[in-house]
Design a protein. Structure first.
Length: 208
C-alpha cells in the first residue's frame, strides 16, 4: 500500500486513512496517510458492480434475473468489470486529440449538409484514428492483466468464468507451478505483442 505523509499538519501528497506516528529522531508527530492501491480500487469496482447487479440485494440484479439474464458470476459481469477499468485508457488518449482539432471541421461539415453519422465517419474518426487505435491497444493490455474487479464478479468458475490471470492464481494455489508459469508466459507474449503494437501506432501517430 502506498504511504503519503502529513508533517506538522501539512499534507505532502493525496488523501487517505491517517495514522499518527511519532518520529523519535525529531520528536515531531508524523501522520501517515495510506493511499488505496490499484488492486484495492479494482476490487472496489467489482464490489460496486456486485451491489448493483447482484441477484440478492442488487439494485437492478433481481430485474435482470427475472428476465433470465445473469450478470454477476457470469460473462456479462466480467465484461462490465473489464470495460469499467480499461475504457478510461481510450478516453485518455482520444480526449486531448479532440481538444486539439476543435469543432471547426465538424461545424463546416454540418453547414454543408452532412448528417451526424456522416460527420463522425468522414471528419471526426479520421482525425482521431491513431489516438483511438493507441487507446484500444492500451485498453486491451489493461484488460489482459485485469484481476481485482474480475475476481470479484466472476465467481472463478473453472472453464466458464476464469480468465488467464485467475487461472494463474488458481494453478499457483494448487501448487501447479508448471501450469501457472505456462499461462504467465502466454500473458508475457501477449504483453510483448501489445508493446510492439503501441510503438508502431505511436510512430504512425507522430508521423501524421
Amino acid at each position: 500500500m502506498n504511504t503519503k505523509l502529513l508533517v506538522n499538519g501539512k499534507l505532502v501528497k493525496g488523501k487517505g486513512e491517517e495514522q499518527d506516528v511519532l518520529n523519535p529522531a525529531t520528536g515531531k508527530v508524523i501522520t501517515q496517510v495510506n493511499e488505496a492501491s490499484e488492486e484495492q480500487i479494482t476490487a472496489a469496482v467489482g464490489l460496486s458492480l456486485l451491489l448493483v447487479y447482484g441477484t440478492r440485494d442488487g439494485w437492478v440484479g433481481n430485474w435482470f434475473a427475472e428476465q433470465g439474464i445473469r450478470i454477476i458470476f457470469s460473462t456479462p459481469g466480467m465484461i462490465l468489470a473489464t470495460m469499467f477499468v480499461s475504457l478510461p485508457f481510450v478516453v485518455r488518449e482520444v480526449q486531448p486529440v479532440l481538444r486539439e482539432i476543435g469543432t471547426e471541421q465538424e461545424q463546416a461539415a454540418a453547414t454543408l449538409g452532412a448528417s451526424g453519422w456522416q460527420t463522425f465517419w468522414r471528419v471526426t474518426l479520421p482525425s482521431i484514428r491513431w489516438a483511438l487505435s493507441y487507446g484500444v491497444v492500451l485498453a486491451t493490455a489493461r484488460a489482459l492483466g485485469e484481476f481485482g474487479a474480475v475476481s470479484v464478479v466472476s465467481g472463478k468458475i473453472q472453464g466458464q468464468t476464469e480468465t488467464a490471470t485467475l487461472f494463474v492464481e488458481d494453478r499457483f494455489h494448487q501448487f501447479d507451478l508448471t501450469g501457472a508459469y505456462a499461462a504467465s508466459f502466454v500473458l508475457a507474449l501477449l504483453a510483448i505483442g501489445t508493446l510492439l503494437s503501441m510503438n508502431i501506432l505511436n510512430r504512425r501517430q507522430r508521423g501524421t
